[in-house]
Design a protein around this ligand. Structure first.
Ligand code: GLN
Length: 474
């Protein structure tokens, strides 16, 4: 039995038919973790006992002939910014080093309802701020395809554990690209759902108006299975919407009827030649298959990075105010309450997080608010408008996910601006709130290159459909 290659559907069927048990499969994945973790460092916590217990419970359900959930027995991993009851939840930060979740995030509860098995929590850039997972307070995750390189970030642990075969799928979160960019670097599929499609209850907030939780998997079909399990309305997240909003046009999607927009701003300066060629080759293949390729423009996207790094830092500075040494996690004592706060935060936050809190606090401060925050909100409106205009002309937009493949460990860590440039093609999507997926499109010297498919609001299932077509044509 080759567990490594099995899709979610195959696992569910195999378990249902008793070809193998959930315990056998879970043991296999735990042994993969044991073998590979010393090189990859994808996990912050491995819940061996918990996973075995869950697997046993699934097998008992099967023995009793009870109905199984859609993810029955499928071993998965959860980004450490998302609460899993009873497990640590550090968000990659010292300030939450000993914090244990006391409830399940809604997406995790949904996975459990579908009988998925949670293997553990994955490494990430501290509070999801970063593009390489090197900003984790605990360790740097390595790219399974080249151990000298980063897996991308901030959901680097989630991408790496799927790419290395340590988990069947993983959950990540994406505020400016943190699902798609690591998916692209590790050669897996990652979906950033429409803002509101998946409940964020139980996700440690970075920038609440941009944060979304989404699936990362080996292939598009698995990604879809997981997305369907976690999408939907939740009374605990006021921004969530009912899943019937997700228009299912799937059956109708025919290549010959598709209009695909190619934004010129995403193919210019800064894009590596080989990456460009791989993406253009994919576009040509779709054209050959009958799709209509249309040149479009998203003119405001040149301001997206600046706009994002103002809005995201402003929101982060407010969200992270709650880590004060009184309510959660680390608590350092000094001479009075105010110095307690300063000491706890001074010791508990890493440099990148401090940089963002300071930037955000500055941009929101009296006298600067209008010049920075209000201005950035206006630019965001232009970016949204660009996408609306574009989607009057086309059904989907195709771009590279990142301007370059996975870079070397330590290559960009001391130059925040260079690091921020990794997100140039992903942040406009979060600012507009639309869904986008990254999928493997080819290799540059053995390193995967990701294709980004962007769709209209709530076209998540259609994006997955198109991604399947692209996957088939490769
Ligand atoms: N890399 C981007 C940042 O550092 C995006 C992170 C994310 O999506 N969480 O902010």
């Amino acid at each position: 039995m080759d567990f490594k290659k099995m899709t979610i559907k195959e696992i569910r069927e195999g378990i249902g038919k008793k070809d193998f048990s959930a315990v056998e499969l879970t043991d296999f994945y735990l042994s993969q973790i044991k073998q590979k973790e010393k090189d990859i460092d994808a996990f912050l916590q491995i819940d061996i006992e918990g996973a075995k217990k869950q697997a046993k419970a699934i097998d008992e359900k099967i023995a009793k002939g009870e109905e199984l959930g859609g993810l029955a027995g499928v071993p998965c991993a959860i980004k450490d910014a998302i609460m899993v009851n009873g497990l640590n939840c550090t968000s990659g930060s010292r300030i939450l080093e000993n914090y244990k979740a006391v409830y399940d995030a809604t997406c995790v509860a949904n996975l459990k309802k579908q009988d998925a098995i949670i293997l553990g929590k994955t490494n990430m850039d501290e509070f999801a701020m970063g593009s390489s997972t090197e900003h984790s307070a605990f360790k740097a995750t390595k790219n399974p395809l080249d151990l000298k390189r980063v897996p991308g970030g901030s959901s680097g642990g989630s991408a790496a554990c799927v790419a290395s075969g340590e988990a069947v799928f993983a959950l990540g979160s994406d505020t400016g690209g943190s699902i798609r960019q690591p998916a692209s670097f590790c050669g897996v599929v990652g979906l950033k759902p429409t803002y509101g499609a998946v409940s964020r209850y139980g996700l440690i907030a970075f920038a609440s108006s941009l944060d979304q939780i989404g699936p990362m998997a080996k292939n598009v079909e698995d990604c879809e299975e997981v997305f369907k399990a976690i999408a939907g309305i939740d009374s605990k997240d006021a921004t969530s919407v009912a899943s019937d909003k997700l228009k299912v046009q799937s059956a109708k999607l025919k290549v010959e009827e598709l209009k695909i927009g190619i934004p010129k701003e995403f193919f210019g300066e800064g894009l590596e030649l080989k990456t460009k060629e791989i993406i253009e080759d994919k576009i040509k293949k779709l054209e050959k298959a009958g799709a209509q390729i249309i040149d479009i423009s998203l003119p405001a996207s040149s301001y997206a990075l600046a706009c994002y790094y103002i809005l995201a830092t402003c929101e982060a500075s407010a969200n992270l105010a709650r880590f004060d040494g009184v309510r959660y996690g680390k608590s350092s004592k000094a001479k009075d309450l105010f110095s307690d706060y300063a000491k706890t935060r001074g010791e508990g936050f890493g440099d990148e997080v401090k940089r963002r809190i300071m930037l955000g606090t500055f941009a929101l401060s009296s006298g600067y608010y209008d010049a920075y925050y209000t201005k950035a909100k206006k630019v965001q409106a232009l970016i949204k408008k660009d996408f609306e205009n574009a989607f009057e002309k086309c059904d989907f937009i195709l771009t590279p996910t990142s301007p370059f493949p996975a870079f070397n460990i330590a290559e960009k860590i001391n130059d925040p601006l260079k690091m921020y440039l990794s997100d140039i093609y992903t942040v406009p999507v979060n600012l507009a709130g639309v869904p986008a997926l990254s999928m493997p499109a080819g290799f540059d010297k053995g390193l995967p290159v990701g294709l980004q498919i962007i769709g209209k609001h709530f076209s998540d299932l259609d994006i997955l459909q198109l991604a399947k077509l692209v996957e088939k044509s490769t």
